[in-house]
Design a protein around this ligand. Structure first.
Ligand SMILES: [Fe+2]
Length: 192
């Protein structure tokens, strides 16, 4: 700690733009999310009118030593593909025991959590003044169910890593769709 520079202790994040000063931003457009949405024809129909940004993630990852922490700023745009809301790809942590805290900053959404051992699925509200705990060995996806961008922070162990492939090959067991004007979780296998 003595002699540590202020730059390594302080960073500034911007929920309104999705930026963290000095950190790289990854932008995911609709075309990057093939296979994520339950209705491929709806995905193609939206894409035929353009290729909107669905979300950005900016990660502040200063060091990767045992015990260190990283954080990310996510920002998901409002929108739908068919009845399914704009959302992130979702992931497990490559180091499965790693948990994560998500803090809602702006907008209104949900986290879809799927237990890696039992397959049990839960949806948990994510909005300002809400902190969502993602236990270890849990696949997690963030969903914007509102009409404005959903911004949030995620804080995770530096060694957590991201495993997108495990969930990309089979997708989440459940899907969150708008039904009668409200977000509703349904089993993927029960979709028409
Ligand atoms: Fe994560």
């Amino acid at each position: 700690m003595p002699g540590t520079s202020l730059d390594s202790l302080l960073s500034r994040f911007h929920p309104d733009t999705g930026a963290i000063d000095g950190a790289p931003t990854v932008t995911r457009r609709l075309s990057d999310l093939g296979g994520c949405f339950a209705d491929p024809s709806a995905w193609t129909a939206v894409l035929s009118k353009g290729d909107p940004i669905v979300y950005t993630v900016t990660a502040m990852e200063p060091a990767g030593d045992e015990g260190d922490l990283h954080y990310g700023l996510g920002r998901i745009m409002p929108g739908c593909v068919g009845a399914e809301y704009f959302m992130t790809k979702g992931h497990f942590h490559a180091w499965r025991p790693a948990g994560e805290f998500y803090f809602g900053l702006e907008g209104e959404g949900l986290m879809l959590l799927e237990d890696g051992a039992t397959g049990e699925s839960r949806i948990v509200p994510l909005r300002p003044h809400h902190a969502v705990y993602v236990p270890g060995n849990t696949a997690h996806r963030t969903i914007n169910t509102g009409s404005v961008p959903l911004a949030y922070l995620g804080v995770y162990p530096a060694r957590a890593g991201h495993d997108y492939a495990a969930i990309a090959t089979r997708n989440f067991r459940c899907v969150v769709i708008e039904q009668n004007g409200a977000p509703t979780m349904v089993q993927r296998k029960d979709l028409p």
